[in-house]
Design a protein around this ligand. Sequence first.
Ligand code: AMP
Length: 308
Amino acid sequence: MSKLVIVGTVAFDAIETPFGKTDKILGGAATFIGLAAAHFDIDIAAVSVVGSDFPQEYLDLLSRKNIDISGIEIVKNGKTFFWSGKYHNDMNSRDTLVTELNTLANFNPVVPKHYRDANIVVLGNLHPIVQLSVLDQMLNKPKLVVLDTMNFWMDSALEDLHQVMKRVDVITINDEEARQLTGEYSLVVAARKIHAMGPKYVVIKKGEHGALLFHNEHVFYAPALPLEEVFDPTGAGDTFAGGFAGYLSKTGDISFENMKNAVIYGSTLASFCVEKFGTLRMEHLKNEEIHKRLLQFKQLTQFEIKLG
Ligand code: AMP
């Protein structure tokens, strides 16, 4: 079976949206990536760190989804990474209220031995030095390395981020962050500049406005599915990355043509993630529901036009 390694935060999140507020609930980039990738019948390992305050039931939940958690270190007397955010009324933008690194500040990731030959690695949102350390532990250069990052790391570790970017094949980044990274307003120009920094494939996520995939002069666009209910966008970007990488891992085909399908899978999974707070929707998502929504996606975007 195809092996996928995910590194990223496993966290407590406290979220505020126009529809309500949560106390500390399960969150983290690796959590959302893992829950999405778990739908593809592949071997998945999550590499992360938590404190002893992290509930066993959350770890059990990941295990139940067949995610190997032997690479999640539990630091005795340590505190788990905590993030809190508040969404604006349009739900497309948010303010980070709190980022407490806690155990993440001294995290030395260890990729489980039997996963060091994985063919796909997802470097979820984390300090770029930690992301590099994971790449250094792989026995061979993986077939595909996908990087996700955010403004927090651009502000605090830009030089290191540039080092990681040189070693990845795909970057997934949101529109605002692509503009911050390049200083360009046009996403086409921004994508070109990001290409020049390393990644051959650039995915720019535009929240409810879908996602763009750039590769040299080729561009593919997938809208987001118009949803009746958007409750909490937290984790949508990570869920997208998990669906994208999971699909590529399952199919073993990393051509641009197949990446288009991966974008559709990523968008479809992300459309579920936003329907409930935190990980709730993803915890109970069934494959039949995904299949149904993929069909809706197809209908939404397919048309016959006769060109004279
Ligand atoms: P997303 O909405 O896809 O950008 O991801 C949100 C998740 O990222 C939340 O569950 C947070 O726990 C996690 N997160 C927030 N800030 C950071 C950060 N600076 N580094 C790593 N993970 C973070």
